[in-house]
Design a binder for this molecule. Structure first.
Ligand code: GLU
Length: 425
């Protein structure tokens, strides 16, 4: 019998400390009282479970899984569930806190949570993933609920897993409860526009920032790291708005074309090619994939994972604007270097909030039992993204801070206000 070693944790900054260092700076600017600071610095609840699953070969494997509720003062906690071999408690804690700030930045009535299962879905069959997803949902039956804690897709999960979660929760409840999960397939109460929502929000954030920088999108060049749900939709929509996307990447490598990559073709190729860009003829494969991050482009969209812009490469970044499609792509230690270089960063908790915004619309539609058109969803989410951007931009000028710290200031201020009204400690 062989047992599976946990995957090694990548050489990176502790994501929770990274989150906390920004939180501290913003809290100081705001003059946040110590009581609220102490409440917000640790998550409300952290659940760790071990899930035994029968694998297709008959063996039984135990998977470690988490759900962290950071805060729910603004409403039920909200946040995705990540299936990834590197998932660990510190990461999930940081991601849960980021959800609190993200929902508060765009002013939607949700708190923050995040879940994760330490597994490699690429090496599992669909049956194994289904059993794991259902067991996870049943273990967390007391935590999840449309009025308490609402999961959604994240890295390694999508509509398929959300359908299983919704079904399993509904079976356990003895009735169909579609508002317990967002990011579901349309027939199960999923919202029009949810799949592309995060990428769409990234596009709106990028265009808003380009306008401030007085760069015409039609003359702008873009590099997108990560060609999953967020990166591919951001690239498609930016291309549609006139930008030239010169580089894209996925786990197979980075691809460059100085004349612009035809993103529609890249998306179609990837679909036909088992979800991989390897062999894509519309661009040249770069020798070193990480060099995508240091290309001389106007806009860099890191849309893959945490800690890709770090002390190692921050000095070499040449983009004028970074729009964070991923959660936590810039390490806290790299923040200062980036801002000293005059690079504008639209931070993750603002730039990628389009996803949770449309999740909120999905939940609203489920509660009223009615479906909105794609036009209505897009119009409303674009409006939320634009006004959140303006608010953060103005705050950055008022406090003379980066947009990242400004976004934390906006978020923490809303959460702190909610505490001041609710009180009850
Ligand atoms: N996982 C996404 C995020 O990090 C979406 C969360 C949600 O829709 O609840 O923002």
């Amino acid at each position: 019998m062989g047992y599976i070693e946990p995957a090694p944790i990548k050489d990176k900054e502790n994501p929770f400390e990274s989150m906390m260092s920004r939180f501290k700076i913003a809290a100081q600017h705001l003059g946040l009282n110590e009581e609220t600071y102490n409440v917000l610095k640790s998550p409300d609840k952290q659940v760790i479970i071990n899930i035994p699953i029968t694998m297709d070969d008959g063996s039984i494997r135990v998977f470690e899984a988490y759900r962290v509720i950071h805060n729910n003062v603004l409403g039920p906690s909200k946040g995705g569930v990540r299936f990834d071999p590197n998932v660990n408690l510190d990461e999930v804690k940081a991601l849960a806190a980021w959800m609190t700030w993200k929902c508060a930045v765009v002013d939607i009535p949700f708190g923050g949570a995040k879940g994760g299962i330490c597994c490699n879905p690429r090496q599992m069959s669909s049956g194994e993933i289904e059993r794991l997803t259902r067991a996870y949902t049943t273990s967390l039956f007391e935590v999840f609920g449309p009025d308490t804690d609402i999961p959604a897709p994240d890295m390694g999960t999508g509509q398929r897993e959300m359908a299983w979660m919704m079904d399993q929760y509904s079976r356990n409840s003895g009735m169909t409860v579609n508002g317990v999960v967002t990011g579901k397939p349309g027939v199960l109460g999923g919202s029009a526009g949810r799949v592309e929502a995060t990428g769409r929000g990234v596009m709106i954030a990028a265009l808003s920032a380009l306008e401030k920088l007085k760069i015409n999108p039609y003359n702008s060049t873009v590099a997108v790291q990560g060609f999953g749900n967020v990166g591919s939709h951001a690239a498609l929509l930016l291309e549609e708005r006139g930008s030239k996307v010169v580089a894209i990447s996925d786990i197979s490598g980075a691809y460059y074309n100085k004349d612009g990559i035809n993103i529609q073709q890249a998306v179609a190729y990837r679909l036909d090619n088992h979800g991989m860009l390897e062999g894509f003829a519309g661009a040249e494969k770069m020798d070193v994939a990480d060099d995508l991050l240091t290309l001389p482009v106007d806009v860099l969209v890191p849309a893959a994972m945490e800690d890709v812009i770090t002390m190692r490469n921050a000095e070499k970044i040449k983009a004028k604007l970074i729009v964070e499609g991923a959660n936590g792509p810039t390490s806290a230690r790299a923040d200062d270097i980036i801002s000293e270089k005059g690079i504008v960063v639209v931070p993750d908790i603002l730039a990628n909030a389009g996803g949770v915004t449309v999740s909120y619309f999905e939940w609203v539609q489920n509660r009223i039992g009615y479906k909105w058109t794609r036009e209505r969803v897009n119009r409303r989410s674009d409006r939320i993204m634009r006004s959140a951007f303006e608010n953060v931009y103005k705050t950055s000028i008022k406090y003379n801070v980066t947009m990242r710290i400004a976004a934390y200031i906006v978020a923490i201020d809303r959460v702190a206000k909610a505490y001041s009204y609710r009180g009850g400690f």
